[in-house]
Ligand binder design. Sequence first.
Ligand code: ACO
Length: 324
Amino acid sequence: MSYAKISQVAHYVPDQVITNNDLAQIMDTSDEWIASRTGIRERRISQSQQTSDLATEVAKQLLIKSHLGAEELDFILVATITPDSMMPSTAARVQANIGASRSFAFDITAACSGFIFALSTAEKMISSGVYKRGLVIGAEVLSKVIDWQDRRTAVLFGDGAGGVLIEASDQKHFLLESLQTDGGRGQALTSSYQGLASPFSAKEDSHLSIEMDGRAVFEFAIRDVVATIKKTLSDADFTAGEIDYFLLHQANNRMLEKMVRKLCVDREKLPANMMWYGNTSAASVPILLSECIAEGKITLGSGQKLLLAGFGGGLTWGILLLTI
Ligand code: ACO
């Protein structure tokens, strides 16, 4: 039986910092409104880099940190809702950029759950025994799909990328998971894809911006996601207190505070960084994991128990329980 483990982590964010006060210069909002409702104080915005550029920076760091050559990778998965193009995939662009000549590569689209879904997929590919090693990266340039006239959504999002090297292991690290989708509630959070009108069909209005029923999404996170976290813990025979860290999607600090109360855990067990990056969708969990490791909270190879959770558009939500 093969098992899989996370053996390296990395993240990369664009240099340009946009504060809440910067946003207040271009729309009717304020630092006070944004910070009090979401916890977000600033975000990174790419000037000219595309999603594949951010993901490539992460891939290069992962190779350097793990002393691996690109040709030693079997696959590259990129989770994103802001691909440079539909074809080639962002993952294929990363594969070319780093020269991973033996890798196959493809994108996964599951919005803010994308990294969790991709990591689960990679774990199955390694556990099959067919593949030994790959990169799983969440990367977004959400600034390019935000409607900058819409203060209800523009203040929430940011750009960034994070990822992991996943490799075969002789010990079990991925303990339990729960991946969920409720497409029936998909209209609560949408980002349209701009298509060209066909001469054979009625032209439909198309646009690229994110639209959201904020309250519905908030309720979904604190009700459905918390219920699935509790069920996953109970199925694994764990109490919440036995988990060292809950690395949850970084959408909103008020959301995390409600989750802390419902899960009855110490706030320190739910690290947060949305203050500095906003909501980076598929990149949020791997950026947080990478920062927690850089800060020494989490140590690779330590056996600490982590619960990773992504949730958002689809609606999708995914929980992974693992030891690091
Ligand atoms: N600045 C100032 N005022 C604003 C802003 C802004 N940026 N945005 C909205 N407002 C105003 C509204 O126009 C409204 O004014 P009105 O009462 O005069 O009409 C008022 O603030 C209240 O608006 P609501 O939308 O009711 O505000 P709410 O308290 O629900 O907070 C928020 C909105 C922060 C988006 C909240 O619903 C939320 O956190 N939802 C979760 C959604 C989320 O995080 N989505 C991220 C993507 S999904 C995911 O990643 C899980």
